[in-house]
Design a protein around this ligand. Structure first.
Ligand code: SAM
Length: 258
């Protein structure tokens, strides 16, 4: 939202699209509170549920009450009243009705082929999703995003966590551990529930550049190249500069102005 305001000079997107809804629709509800009129969220699988949406709303109401929400979203008062009312009467509605009241359309489809019009979306965003999508699928998805994004001041915002996700719950391994495996070994280790493509920052830069998606802002977390040096890296990581391999998180903003 902050990137959108900064680069589009508008306070919120009228239409938004998120890829990788996951279990809890945090981003769609944040857009609802900001004032967005059409909120799309696409995922190949339908992972949320009525209870999970309720839990998400409850967390928003709590963080509004304790004053923390305003650090992240400029909340529209009328939308907040509507959210409270929805929460208070939650049992009266089906999940479909709840999503409708939140202006959310959940697209259960492959983001390589979206059922959305050309030039129709103000903001496309993703959080911790690209690292789970292999380049042969990610590249067509980005092409599709380019198609649906508004050609004048359409904004894309993508936050990518390039750390080994196994290290998130196994503290005995480094966030670079997965880079020790060859491509063939990784094919055996990687799983379809939470696949990890192991792309590094420079790979994403190249993808955006090849697709002529103008990146107007990019930030990254440098990570720890000393920790990288302790891992017997497999190719192609062993051929890369350790500082480049160490970058653990990155964030890209693309703005179209064609
Ligand atoms: C890790 S989850 C997203 C997590 C969520 N953004 C969060 O922060 O909690 C990645 C999601 O991307 C979805 N995904 C992967 N490939 C996709 C595709 N081709 N089209 C649509 N969704 C896809 C997966 O189904 C999965 O739910």
């Amino acid at each position: 939202m902050i990137a959108y305001q900064k680069y589009s000079k508008k306070s919120f997107p009228q239409t938004s699209l998120e890829i990788g809804t996951g279990w809890y629709p945090v981003v769609p509800i944040a857009f609802f509170l900001a004032g967005t009129t059409k909120i799309y969220s696409v995922d190949i699988t339908f992972l949320t549920s009525k209870q999970r949406v309720k839990t998400t709303i409850e967390k928003f109401l709590e963080s509004f009450e304790n004053g923390r929400l305003k650090e992240y979203v400029a909340v529209n008062d009328e939308r907040m009243r509507a959210l409270k009312e929805l929460f208070d009467n939650y049992d009266l509605y089906t999940l479909q009705e709840v999503l409708q009241k939140l202006n959310v359309t959940y697209l259960v489809e492959d983001a390589r082929k979206l059922s959305l019009q050309n030039d129709s979306i103000d903001l496309v965003n993703s959080n911790n999703t690209f690292e789970h999508i292999y380049p042969e699928i990610l590249i067509p998805i980005l092409k599709e995003f380019k198609r649906v994004l508004k050609k004048q001041q359409g904004v894309m915002s993508h936050a990518i966590d390039m750390s080994d996700h196994f290290a998130h719950f196994d503290k005995s391994i480094s966030i670079y551990n997965f880079l020790r495996f060859s491509t063939t070994q990784w094919k055996w280790i990687d799983n379809s529930i939470q696949p990890q493509n192991r792309l590094r920052f420079s790979d994403y830069q190249k993808i955006f550049s090849d697709l002529q998606l103008p990146v107007i802002a990019q930030t990254f977390r440098p990570g720890n190249s000393i920790e990288v040096a302790q891992i017997p890296l497999a190719k192609p990581f062993s051929d890369m500069n350790p500082e480049a391999v160490a970058i653990s998180h990155c964030y890209f903003v693309v703005v179209l102005n064609e």
